[in-house]
Design a protein around this ligand. Sequence first.
Ligand code: FES
Length: 135
Amino acid sequence: MKAIMGGRADELIDLARTNLWQLVMEAAGMEDSVWVPALDESQLHEDTIHVVFPKGVSIILIKRDGRVYAIRNRCAHMSCTLAGGRLDGYTLQCPCHDWKYDITSGEFLEAREITVPTYRCKSEAGKVLVELEEP
Ligand code: FES
């Protein structure tokens, strides 16, 4: 098989090794990410938009029904900041042209294949931490 495919076989084997390694690291909870403190828990109020900048990334934190959601502070349409938008339940409406996003998934409600990045959050020692990928 390798003789037939030549260099392409080596590329495929390397790709398979890389993917397998990533799966093993993810299963072990060791993917290339880092938890970054973003805000004191005491400053996080229900149904309020909080803009934070962990590692310089502009992110909105929203606490709703006791759970914290983190969504990138940049609209997928023309990059307006979403922080000036209107929050209605789990929906965040962009202030520029009214695109609406589900804060739980980052999905644009009228075309769910269009998304704004979301981030996992956790609380630790009185801080809200956001999971960011390592550069
Ligand atoms: S920039 Fe957000 S809807 Fe246009």
